[in-house]
Design a protein around this ligand. Structure first.
Ligand SMILES: [Zn+2]
Length: 104
């Protein structure tokens, strides 16, 4: 993590993204915005395979930004949805750290 990171508020970020890009994102719609997210996921994949040739931190940020934009277009409060589903313990075993058998 970079040393200039400060407390990050996902709800505030979604509002900021909506104010900055919301009109364009809504005009593009869910399908088009989803395709941009998938494009960024692909770029993240490339960056993970060849980190020296890509901006790995930037690709992570791009993925979160597009996911956040997509949530806005789909009328999803990403912070609330995430907080409700990921409460700090594993959904299945109820433990932290999780003691479930790992997926391969
Ligand atoms: Zn578990």
């Amino acid at each position: 993590m970079s040393n200039h990171s400060k407390a990050f508020d996902l709800r505030q970020f979604q509002q900021h993204m909506a104010e900055t890009y919301g009109d364009k994102d809504r005009e593009r719609g869910v399908a088009g915005t989803f395709m941009y997210l998938m494009e960024e996921i692909g770029e993240l994949s490339e960056a993970l395979r060849q980190p020296g040739q890509h901006d790995l931190e930037g690709e992570f940020a791009d993925c979160l930004a597009w996911l956040t934009s997509l949530a806005h277009v789909a009328d999803i409060d990403l912070a609330a949805a995430t907080a409700q589903k990921y409460t700090g313990i594993c959904n299945r075993c109820g433990q932290s750290p999780c003691i479930c058998k790992s997926k391969p």
